[in-house]
Design a protein around this ligand. Structure first.
Ligand code: SF4
Length: 340
């Protein structure tokens, strides 16, 4: 067991990527990087990390920021609840913890949007706490090397992996150990076709010996995916446009969007007469936008006129103010067509 950590850390010292958040023990910066990386690739996340550190160098600077400004800076990363949670937690630290970042795994768990994995990463990287991270990379690495076939989405499986991960972690360098196992999953023991011939564990790896790489780790449930059909109505006239703010109990909470008609049954073209509206000047292709539990089919309809009637939550804004409003990525991607 001790050997596992040593081999892993030796591999890491040679193979690790030079990432900006690895050169700091500031828990605020580590927290920020971990939240950015929750659903974002490293190469995309780096630019956002620098943007945030530049604009909000401390947790208090983030706490004092305006929510709309934070969401705007996050634009393009998706899963905006991460940005809202970051902001809410920064305010919590400022107001309830005297501006002091919480100092151990248990306390870090108080922060919104921080689960056991993220808390373990921050506590071990920033404070050297001996607490093992367990995420998708860790499940994959441990299930393959040690031949664990318990489903990673079962209560027993989770417990078994957490206990093994905690048994394996280094006493002297828990932070480096955690970084190493995550990096090993990201670079070497990748989901598809890992290069096992070049792997430092190949002489001891259960999955390599038994040829079960494709079946490990085991998952018992399939995630149910919901299909939704969005029709955005873009009213554009005299340099003006209509936006609305999304509610807090759905995807993209608090972001802005064009007036929306959502249908749930199919992606058949919308019959505008049913809504007492004229035909649009232009309707875009249907764009498929994939979120973790939802597949959205999005179509934009452009009207060169003011709407006949307006809804209470509609906001009439000048086109040049548009960039101040945080919007979902699927809308952002459509804008070149709208403004061309
Ligand atoms: S030998 Fe292959 S499956 Fe086993 S740990 Fe290495 S990369 Fe992963």
């Amino acid at each position: 067991m001790l050997e596992f950590s040593r081999v892993l850390r030796d591999w890491y010292s040679v193979q690790k990527r030079d990432l900006p958040w690895r050169n700091t023990d500031d828990p605020y910066k580590i927290w920020l990087s971990e939240i950015i990386l929750q659903q974002t690739r490293v190469d995309q996340g780096i630019a956002y990390y620098f943007k945030f550190i530049d604009k909000y160098p401390t947790v208090l600077a983030l706490a004092n920021a305006d929510e709309m400004e934070v969401l705007n800076l996050w634009q393009g990363l998706g899963y905006y609840s991460r940005a809202r949670n970051l902001h809410a937690s920064a305010k919590f630290i400022a107001s309830k913890l005297n501006g002091e970042f919480p100092q151990n795994h248990q306390e870090i768990l108080q922060l919104k949007g921080v689960g056991s994995y993220t808390a373990a990463a921050i506590a071990s990287f920033a404070y050297g706490e001996k607490i093992a991270v367990v995420d998708g990379n860790v499940y994959r690495v441990l299930s393959r090397i040690f031949g664990i076939e318990s489903p990673i989405d079962s209560t027993n499986g989770k417990k078994q992996f957490a206990e093994l991960a905690q048994e394996l972690i280094s006493d002297e360098q828990p932070g480096i150990h955690n970084q190493a196992v995550m990096e090993f999953g990201a670079l070497q023991c990748v989901p598809q076709n890992p290069d096992c011939e070049q792997c430092v564990f190949n002489s001891k790896c259960f999955a390599f010996e038994k040829k079960t790489i494709k079946t490990l780790p085991v998952k018992s449930k399939k995630i149910a995916v919901k299909k939704r059909f969005f029709h955005y109505l873009i009213f554009k006239w005299e340099n003006k446009i209509i936006l609305q703010k999304r509610s807090s109990n759905d995807i993209w909470a608090h972001l802005y969007e064009f007036p929306l008609i959502e249908t749930s049954e199919s992606n058949k073209p919308l019959i505008f007469a049913d809504y007492k509206m004229k035909e649009p000047r232009f309707s875009s292709e249907i764009v498929k936008h994939i979120l973790s539990h939802q597949h959205l089919f999005v179509q934009f309809h452009v009207f060169d006129c003011k709407p006949q009637k307006t809804e209470q939550n509609w906001l009439e804004i000048e086109l040049d103010e548009f960039e101040n409003y945080p919007i979902p990525r699927v809308i952002d991607r459509f804008l070149p067509q709208l403004f061309s």
